[in-house]
Design a protein around this ligand. Structure first.
Ligand SMILES: [Zn+2]
Length: 59
């Protein structure tokens, strides 16, 4: 399974995009960071990958 990550623009924390895909919106796990990550902010290429392989990510 391909792991896609995204990097917080505010604190630089690397966020696993597959968690983002299941929740759609998640608060940044970075300490003290209030940035909210949204699935729609992922690169289009990454969003398409998830939509095409959605069944593989649902266990
Ligand atoms: Zn952050």
């Amino acid at each position: 399974m391909r792991i896609i990550t995204t990097t917080c623009p505010e604190c630089g924390t690397v966020v696993a995009a597959n968690e983002l895909e299941s929740n759609r919106v998640m608060k940044c796990p970075g300490f003290g960071c209030e940035h909210v990550h949204r699935f729609s902010e992922l690169p289009v290429e990454a969003q398409e990958h998830f939509l095409e392989n959605k069944d593989r990510y649902e266990i």
